[in-house]
Design a protein around this ligand. Structure first.
Ligand code: ATP
Ligand code: MG
Length: 573
């Protein structure tokens, strides 16, 4: 959202950190960040937060942010995921830029570095800084020890480089099964930081890679691959979530080795040493966020797909009608911090409402229709009304009005309760933009539901005001029955009933699914909505914000998703 004064949260510690490095000349004149998703799922609101930080910081310092697909773990990675990640980042309004590893500026596939990573590993072996180890899983755990007590050296720890190079080549050549051997860094088996106790750099995985096929059966571990990727891309500032803080010494260890090998990028005469800092991840109540669990919801058919409007995925939020500006505003307001916290989706919804209130065209739609006949009304008239009372440039439209209209069932009560100012027997109500009608009778169907409301209109009230100045409190919306269009409207609610669906662990979250998170209703909408384009957003007057569904909506047969209801008592601090 445009031009808001700089808030305190936007001067967060990461910004100050980068500012200081930049001023000290450590960036060689250009701040370079990266966003490194693994293409093993769709990105969600948590990733959106990381995107806002990574791209946002680069933008702020006039630098560049790389998009790096961290495809170093062959299982579960696909091109479909990769393409959608790119789409979603573009939709959020960010563009990768700077150096790339192919035709596209700023774009990198980590797997394109496999040859170099392998060579770096060979260099470490030659230098006596890495060795091949064949401890079993159980032995490995036992040797590694616990933080309070030093671990024990693997029997392979002090073997000579020749042997280790030979085994490492055999690992690559497919001589061994998964897990039989691995390559470990030789660092410090008594470090209080468990990640420093000769961590694994390479492991055997006989799984084809989605781009490279069977070329490799050894793959680098994240802790080895990530600093190499950052360093060789010339990244200056590498921001990630807090769980990586304990990995940072290892990150620095790898960067030190690259420095010794003379592999750091030099920019404007400055050797670029990538540095890592960590911030708290974004958590949201009433949802799950890990890709694995989201995938489970999709594959078990609990939702219609990754882009189901109830999903916290970026494509789900888009299909729900959220705006990129609102998602970014939300990430901004949550702020960047070192303390884990959980945000409430009402803040996100508030951001969406704020944005849509300014930009969405108003329309009338009746979600639970009951017919109203104006017995003394003949012919057809037109109501002229602004598309957005807050934005004159949005123009006006004309809505037909005739003898039979649809109104919402909730706007009529047979025995009106106190403070109900809308329609009831012998009562008057204003039909928005049109005229005042009075109820002179009603009919019911076999089930006892009101099926028809009979009215007369005050012929002097066209435009909405009574000719004698009498007060009519209630104003309701309506859709002309002759020209209104049938539409499916999908009313979405929270996917989970409990604020913390993970409280019983990852096996227990399904029991908190909200059975009523989707309700589809047959509505009538004004004719201007008949050909709504998929993705077009509206305010349905008195009802909420809606978007034409990007997949299922067709000209003449529109489908709308409720984005958010109109009001919530929530106000951000
Ligand atoms: P998940 O745990 O949901 O599967 P991930 O961390 O495995 O996510 P990656 O594709 O590896 O997913 O993440 C790419 C980047 O997004 C990483 O830098 C990661 O730290 C960041 N990220 C992921 N989830 C969140 C979150 N909830 N809040 C902030 N950043 C996140
Ligand atoms: Mg990950």
């Amino acid at each position: 959202m445009a031009d808001k004064p700089e808030s305190d949260t936007s001067r967060h510690f990461l910004r100050q950190w980068i500012e200081a490095d930049h001023a000290a000349g450590l960036t060689g004149g250009e701040v370079v960040t990266r966003f490194p998703p693994e293409p093993n799922g769709y990105i969600h609101i948590g990733h959106a937060k990381a995107i806002c930080v990574d791209f946002g910081m680069a933008e702020l310092f006039g630098g560049s942010c790389h998009l790096r697909l961290d495809d170093t773990n062959p299982a579960k990675e696909t091109d479909e995921y990769a393409e959608n990640i790119k789409n979603d980042i573009r939709w959020l309004g960010f563009r990768w830029s700077g150096a790339g590893d192919g035709a596209e500026p700023g774009f990198w596939n980590a797997s394109n570095m496999f040859d170099r990573m392998y060579e770096i590993a060979e260099n470490l072996i030659r230098a006596g800084q890495a060795y091949c180890c064949n401890l079993t899983q159980e032995e490995w755990k036992e040797y590694r020890g616990v933080p309070e007590r030093p671990g024990r050296p693997s029997p392979s720890r002090d073997t000579d480089p020749e042997r280790n190079l030979r085994i490492f080549h055999e690992m690559r050549d497919g001589k061994y099964a998964d897990g039989e051997w691995c390559l470990r860094a030789k660092i410090d088996m008594s470090s209080p930081n468990i990640h420093f106790r000769d961590p694994v750099l390479y492991r055997i995985r006989h799984v084809p890679h989605y781009h490279l096929g069977d070329k490799w059966c050894v793959y680098p571990m994240y802790d080895f691959a990530h600093p190499i990727e950052d360093a060789l891309e010339g990244v200056t500032h590498s921001m990630c979530t807090l769980e990586f803080e304990v990995h940072r010494p290892l990150y620095d260890w790898v960067v030190d080795r690259l420095d010794e090998m003379g592999m750091l990028v030099v920019r404007n005469g400055v050797k670029i040493r990538p540095r890592q800092r960590e911030f708290a991840r974004l958590n949201l109540t009433y949802t799950v966020m890990s890709k694995r669990l989201l995938l489970q919801l999709v594959s078990e058919g609990r939702v219609s797909g990754w882009d189901d409007p109830r999903m916290p995925t970026v494509c789900g939020m888009r299909r729900r009608g959220f705006t990129p500006g609102a998602v970014r505003e939300f990430c901004d307001r949550v702020g960047v911090s070192k303390v884990e916290s959980t945000s409430d989706p009402v803040l996100l919804e508030w951001c969406v409402r704020e944005d849509l209130n300014r930009t969405a065209h108003r329309r009338m739609a009746v979600l639970d229709p009951v017919k109203l006949v104006i017995e003394n009304f003949d012919g057809v008239r037109e109501v002229e009304t602004p598309n957005n009372p807050l934005d004159e440039s949005a123009g006006v439209r004309r809505i037909p009005f005739s003898r039979e209209i649809w109104i919402d069932r909730a706007d009529f009560q047979e025995n009106p309760e106190k403070k109900f100012f809308r329609l009831g027997p012998d009562r008057e109500v204003r039909l928005r933009g049109a005229c005042i009608v009075k109820c002179i009778g009603y009919e019911k169907d076999a089930e006892g539901r009101v099926s028809l409301i009979r009215c007369t209109w005050d012929e002097g009230s066209w435009g909405g005001n009574a000719p004698d100045g009498r007060k009519v409190k209630g104003t309701i919306h309506w859709v002309d029955a002759a020209t209104g269009v049938k539409a499916e409207v999908r009313l979405y609610d929270r996917l989970f009933l409990d604020p913390d669906p993970m409280k019983d662990g990852p096996d227990g979250f399904l029991k908190y699914l909200n059975p009523d998170s989707l309700k589809a209703v047959a509505a009538y909408v004004e004719p201007a909505l008949a050909d709504a384009r998929g993705g077009e957003r509206f305010q349905f007057e008195r009802t909420g914000y809606f978007v034409a569904d990007e997949k299922d909506s067709r000209p003449g047969v529109p489908v709308f998703n409720r984005t958010v209801t109109l009001k919530d008592s929530y106000k951000p601090a």
